[in-house]
Structures are given as C-alpha cells and as structure tokens.
Design a protein around this ligand. Structure first.
Ligand SMILES: O=P(O)(O)O[C@H]1O[C@H](CO)[C@@H](O)[C@H]1O
Ligand code: HPA
Length: 268
C-alpha cells in the first residue's frame, strides 16, 4: 500500500518550528555532504537537532550533522539544513523530501540545494562548482517519485511541469557573481543526474550517463527539487565537484578474442 504524509503532518512540524523561533525564513538552504559549514555563516542563530523536531526524519550519513539552523544571511532570513536525507538510507522518497514542504509552510519562497557530485564532463574537475541548469532524475524515470500517491492539491497540481525547475534568473545572477568575485574559471552550468546509490557507478554506467548528456552525478537533490517545484518554490542548485568518474580514460568496451594483449589471464 501507499505510505505517506497528510497535510497535517507537515503543518504540525511547521507550527512547532514557528513556535520555537522568531525567524520567518524567505530562503531555505539544503547543505550537501561536507557542506554543512554554510550554516555557520548565519547570524543570530536558532538551531534545532533533527531528533528534537516533532515529525522530522533523522540523519544517518557521515558529513550530515542533522541540525536545522535559522538565522540571517546578508539581510535575508534563512533556514539551513545541516544534513539531508537520501533514499539509500532506507527512507521513502516522501520522507527524504519532508522538510521541503515544511519550508513551504514556514513561508519560504526560494530553495537553494547544494550537493557533492562526481564529474562526468571533460571540463569539470574536482574543486569546480557546477550551477545546475537541469537534471535527469533516474529513480523518478523508473517510478520512484516523492509525488507518488494521492496528490495534495494544497501543495500543487497532479501533473507538475518540470521544464524550468532551476530558475533562469538566479542561474544568471550566480554566473555574474562568480565573475565579480574573480572565480569565473571555477564555475560552469551543467546537468546533474540523480541515481539511487549507495554504490558509485560502474564504468559502463558512467559512460552511459556521459553519452546521455549528464555532466555531474550524485545520489540526492532531484527528489527535493521535484517537490519544491510542485509547491511553487523558486529553486537554485549547485554541485561541488568532489571527484571525477574515471569513464574517459577507460578502454573501449568491445574486445576481440583475436587480440588479448589487453587481458591478463590468471592461467588455467
Ligand atoms: O548529495 P549529497 O548529500 O551532497 O551527497 C553525495 O555524497 C555522497 C557520496 O559521497 C552521496 O550521499 C551523494 O549524494
Ligand atoms: O561519483 C559520484 N557518484 C555518485 N554520487 C556521488 N556523490 C559524490 N560523488 C559521486
């Protein structure tokens, strides 16, 4: 059967948070693996451990502290997730995206998603930043979607469009800021693909994604963005490239038995 949340479940968590902090965030930021220090930049912080927030899922992965931090950043009120939820932790997708709908009910208008990702593109190296211009949601294409189940019309339509998920204005603004800050050579736009994980890709899988037009791959983000776009949030996304998928230096797939010079036989 279907296991999900009612509107009341999101509302209860949102009401509890609104009763515990004076902050009324306009912007929500989801910090990717190892990126939780973004939250340290917030002024006048109110922080809550996920374990103390009624109805909130729990973090189980290294590099995800499991705290929700409210505060001020450059004159905007923000709420920061220090730690996100992944399908491979055993959570349902509606659980991994639970916070996004809570943010909507807090009054958030803009969601910033960040992640650690592997590069599949020649021009994208570890340390680079990729502004996400679009995504391929592999679990979603296969029927693993956080919007499965009865549609909650209070959040959005049954069949939401995903043709402009990543706000074009915010993407342009980020490119301009990268130029102004003198880091333009580290910043590019590209396509992110979400896979289920937790294993990294095989060489054949990485080659396949590369040929399909994917620039960076990770195990998160797309389900959160689908839920955010469904409920009308403006989305901006960035991937920090942490590693390169070694698909390009690998030999071609086909090997004839006539030429075994590339084989190292263990002997029979
Ligand atoms: O997407 P975030 O949460 O940044 O984490 C990425 O890093 C982890 C793998 O090292 C995976 O969880 C992958 O999704
Ligand atoms: O190479 C990767 N593949 C999938 N997920 C990832 N998250 C960080 N790097 C990777």
């Amino acid at each position: 059967g279907y296991y999900g949340y009612d509107h009341d479940d999101y509302q209860k968590t949102a009401d509890w948070l609104l009763s515990q902090t004076k902050h009324r965030p306009q912007v929500a930021i989801i910090c990717g693996s190892g990126l939780g220090m973004l939250a340290d930049a917030l002024k006048c912080q109110d922080a809550f451990h996920y374990t103390d927030i009624p109805g909130f899922p729990q973090s189980t992965v290294q590099g995800h502290a499991g705290r929700l931090v409210f505060g001020e950043l450059k004159g905007k009120t923000c709420v920061c997730m220090q730690g996100r939820f992944h399908m491979y932790e055993g959570h349902s997708l509606c659980k991994t995206t639970f916070p996004v709908r809570v943010f909507k009910l807090l009054g958030v208008e803009t969601l910033i998603v960040t992640n650690a990702a592997g590069s599949l593109a020649d021009g994208l190296k570890p340390g680079d930043i990729m502004i996400i211009k679009d995504h391929v949601n592999f679990p979603g294409l296969g029927g693993f979607n956080p919007l499965n189940g009865p549609n909650d019309d209070k959040f959005g339509p049954r069949f939401p469009a995903m043709s402009a998920c990543y706000n074009p204005g915010l993407r342009c603004l980020a490119m301009d800021i990268a130029k102004q800050q003198g880091v333009a050579e580290l910043v590019q736009e590209g396509v992110y693909a979400a896979v289920g994980g937790p294993n990294f890709e095989t060489i054949a899988e990485a080659k396949l994604m590369h040929r399909l037009g994917v620039d960076a791959v990770g195990m998160s983000t797309a389900p959160e963005v689908v839920v955010a776009v469904h409920c009308g949030l403006r989305v901006f996304g960035i991937s920090l490239i942490t590693n390169k998928a070694e698909a390009f230096s690998s030999p071609p797939n086909l090997l004839s038995a006539r030429d075994t010079s590339r084989c190292r036989s263990p002997g029979i």
